[in-house]
Design a protein around this ligand. Sequence first.
Ligand SMILES: [Zn+2]
Length: 324
Amino acid sequence: MRRKAFLHGALAVLVFLMGCAHPTPSTTLPDTGTFKTVKVHERVYALVGELGQRSPSNLGNNMTAGFIIGDDGVVVIDTSGSRAGAEVMVKAIRAVTDKPIRWAVNTGGQDHRWLGNDYFRSVQGARIIAAEEGLKDQRARGFQQMEMARRNIGEAGFAGTKEVHADTTFKGRHRLDVKGVQVELIYTGGAHTGGDLWVWLPAERIVFAGDSVFAERLLGIQPGLGFQWIAALERLRDELKPVTVIPGHGNVTTLDKALKDSLGYLLMLRDGSRKLIVDGAFDPVEVAEKLDQSAFSYLANFDDKRFRGQNAVRMAEEVFALQK
Ligand SMILES: [Zn+2]
């Protein structure tokens, strides 16, 4: 708890030093079920879930989601990994505001970004929005994700969850018609999944980064997506330049910290692979065995050797492919 308080204090000081237009320190409200609610700005809240795996107790909410309060309604960022998990999200939102939930954004194609869509649409009346590529990914992997989530969360927790897809999709950029706050959706070009998007508040310079940013937790590369993930994070750094990053996993953080844990890790894998290949490594498996990843041992889930080895193999595959 003390470390958490220190981190929030440090964040507030950093935001202040950076001369930000909204030096409001983030406040942590009491836990609501599977989430810790963090007030990031007058209208912006993060719902910080667990860093571990999907489980019966977290109902698939092992991610960071959030919401934005407009004059005319609430924008929900991500809809949970199950119907019951979506109900928990709404309870957390209702602890802060009773405005109607009118928009629900899926920041990507991974289960915990969209498996609560049905609840937000049919019970709350929200319009669901995703990037076109995000919808494609959800359709392609929906069945597999539903089965995996059911296994991890258990029949009881997963009961009533249905595969429901976005009402609106977009390419490039899409402005939400919410009043009192500018909310822009920007397609990342693909990061952790092919359809990841950013929810961008240009006036406050706050970004909901979805699965493009893992903070404090080891990320996982999907086959063939390592290089495009690097490109997306370089764009986040160079074009958006957010002051506050609400990651897809982990606590609310600064751009520097977000980049260190995500882009830093990806670049270490890419550059480390390149060097080992130049030095004669024969294949991706050899690269993974030899690559020293210990600079990132502070990340949650780093101890899972298979998981980090898989990241190295996948990045090395892309480096090898470029050389052919
Ligand atoms: Zn995720």
